[in-house]
Design a protein around this ligand. Structure first.
Ligand SMILES: Cc1ncc(COP(=O)(O)O)c(C=O)c1O
Length: 380
């Protein structure tokens, strides 16, 4: 079976230096809060142009820490897309907040401005005290941040970007991670920038937010050890993961370019074949980090059968996400934007992601595209 995400090829390139970096950590022995943490924070700050970066234990914890920094209180509402990974809504619930599920756009898969406005109006009617909006750069493309920030400003809401999938992508020449008040990312191994375990980071240009998040990720520590200013958590990143990320960051830019080339090859191939699928749409002045290459299958195509025919040709596929968050039992009772999240429902029934990583050969892109085309034409 071909790899869906090939981490082995990447490792071959960086293994020697990763080994050296890990050996350095083993030699100095500062497994927790070692010097690599600070070094990585500085590098990520340079990369993202975000003034303050906090490395932490996971993307989920970065979301929780960001919400703590923003001062989210129990029963306060946060607009989130339902077509996302659980963490986006889960982080709100962990603090006792109320996720207000909004719809996404059919073409970009990202949160829809009209749905946000509908949610704001409904929240007023049903008495939910909305505080902010969490955007998600789904599959790697940042949300239309200018439009969303405009709505947020008008309604006195903050914007928090869940850039777990889109870190490194660009929106109008700004890097995802630095598109709004505060952003979170994940370094889960399969992410465009991943470590070899769990890890995440929080980005902001506001020192006061950074300081609260910093203290909170050390159990709420104050100026002295064992003195606490607030109730926090253990949200630290391991030094070894920081060491690995420092090495991975050296090839991240070139990998982003390769991902973009591969996405273009897929798009060109499908357009030449005139395959009856919908391709991902990237907004003007925006690029994607292509965490996933996700297409929409036509309504007549049985997705399960499609997946099994692909598997027979040794091509793995994945469905992100088959069940929207608002339809899952723990989240069923939270409010929804009017319109019942029609687009989210349609997407969860029709999307499918194809192999995507920087080391995918043109030959394999052709093979995958031709196989998709043949299955849809009923030729396989
Ligand atoms: C959109 C989104 N948000 C948050 C997360 C959570 O990241 P982590 O797995 O590092 O906690 C993920 C990771 O899968 C994600 O895709």
């Amino acid at each position: 079976m071909m790899d869906f995400i090939d981490l082995k090829e990447q490792q071959k390139l960086i293994r020697k230096n990763v080994d050296k970096r890990i050996a350095k950590v083993l030699n100095h022995g500062q497994y927790i809060q070692g010097p690599e943490i600070n070094e990585l924070e500085n590098e990520l700050s340079l990369f993202s142009q975000s003034k303050f970066v906090l490395c932490c234990s996971s993307g989920t914890d970065a979301l929780v820490l960001g919400l703590i920094a923003l001062g989210l209180r129990p029963n306060e509402g946060v607009i989130v897309p339902s077509f996302t990974f659980a963490s986006t809504a889960e982080a709100v619930c962990m603090l006792g907040g109320v996720p207000f599920f909004s719809d996404v756009k059919l073409d970009t898969y990202n949160i829809c401005d009209e749905s946000i406005i509908n949610s704001i109006n409904k929240a007023k009617k049903i008495g939910i005290n909305l505080k902010g909006i969490i955007t998600v750069g789904l599959f790697g493309q940042p949300s239309d941040m200018d439009r969303i920030k405009e709505i947020a400003t008008l309604n006195n809401l903050w914007v928090f970007d869940d850039a777990a999938q889109s870190f490194g992508a660009k929106y109008k020449d700004k890097i995802s991670g630095n598109l709004c008040k505060i952003s979170a990312t994940s370094f889960f191994p399969a992410k465009p920038l991943g470590c070899y375990g769990d890890g995440g980071a929080l980005f902001t240009n506001e020192e006061d937010l950074y300081k609260i998040a910093y203290s909170s990720h050390l159990h709420g520590m104050g100026n002295n050890k064992y003195e606490y200013d607030r109730i926090g958590m253990n949200g630290r990143m391991d030094t070894i993961q920081a060491a690995i990320l420092l090495e991975k960051l050296t090839i991240f830019n070139s990998e982003l370019l390769k991902r973009d080339e591969i996405a273009k090859q897929y798009i060109e191939r499908f357009q030449t074949l005139n395959t009856n699928i919908e391709l991902p749409k990237i907004l003007e002045n925006t690029n994607s980090s292509w965490a996933q290459f996700t297409i929409k299958l036509p309504p007549f195509c049985d997705r399960q059968k499609f997946q099994s025919l692909m598997r027979e040709k040794n091509i793995p596929t994945a469905i992100y996400y088959p069940i929207p968050i608002h339809c899952q039992s723990p989240y069923k009772n939270f409010p929804l934007s009017p319109g019942n999240l029609d687009n989210t429902m349609k997407l969860s029934n029709s999307v499918i992601s194809l192999p995507m990583h920087p080391y995918l050969s043109q030959k394999n892109v052709d093979f995958i595209s031709n196989t998709v085309d043949k299955i849809i034409r009923n030729l396989i």
